[in-house]
Design a protein around this ligand. Sequence first.
Ligand SMILES: Nc1ncnc2c1ncn2[C@@H]1O[C@H](COP(=O)(O)OP(=O)(O)O)[C@@H](O)[C@H]1O
Ligand SMILES: [Mg+2]
Length: 278
Amino acid sequence: MNIIETKNLSYKYDDTTALSDISISFEKGKITTLLGANGAGKSTLFLTLNGILKPTSGTVQFMGKDIGYSKKELKLLRQNVGIVFQNPDDQLFSSSVFSDVSFGAMNLNLPREEVKERTYDALKRVGMYTLRDRPTHALSFGQKKRVAIAGVLVMKPKVIILDEPTAGLDPMGVSEIMHLLQNICRNDHATIILSTHDIDVVPIYSDFVHVIHNGGLISSGTPDEIFSDPDLLRQHNLRLPRIAHLLEILNKHDSFDVDFSKGAISGARQELLKLLKR
Ligand SMILES: Nc1ncnc2c1ncn2[C@@H]1O[C@H](COP(=O)(O)OP(=O)(O)O)[C@@H](O)[C@H]1O
Ligand SMILES: [Mg+2]
């Protein structure tokens, strides 16, 4: 079942068409990754999904219904569809970590005790509980990202959109964030939608992938399906995961019978073991 989708959606900034006639859907309870080169339209699409931008034409549907743009409708939509911006400085505005994260829960008009409980819980999940009284400006980039994620988690949204959540993080930080997202998806049954240029993590964590280019949808499928067509990716300034690229070279140049769509180490290992045991 699709939890959120667009129908023939176009979006124009003053002189730039950022999205043209895009119909794209996101399945409930899955992790879907949006791949696209810089300027492809990923951020613009995300901003239309929770009503921050209103399409020039076409519609966004949440749980089967066109979204509305009245203040009341948008407030409700944003409680259900949370967005974590690429730059945490665009998201954080309160003086302390605790007050920033609690803001979303306070907006839900919950009892004071529950606000506190949810805020603590969200902070623990992102590993920022011990820094809860720290001013947000005195955090590292990675810590700010975690606080921004906690600020969305606290509302318990059905859909969490993250614009390049792995950008600017060290390798450990990337793994931790991706694990956390997987955990939120599997345990809380939330739908996760993200964009990333970190192609190597895509086959590990994504259930589904959409490729966009120049504001249009190019291709959709499981990571294996998407990575089985390296030429299509290269035409759109993307690439295979390194592991899949190695398998592709073994297949095309060295004529080994390996399936190069396997972009994660586990799948590639199976392919290589099959080959070695022959
Ligand atoms: N605020 C803006 N005003 C005008 N053009 C914009 C603005 N934001 C983005 N664009 C343009 O819209 C297109 C899509 O941008 P964006 O959605 O940011 O792509 P991505 O996130 O995939 O890099 C690009 O051509 C970009 O230059
Ligand atoms: Mg962007």
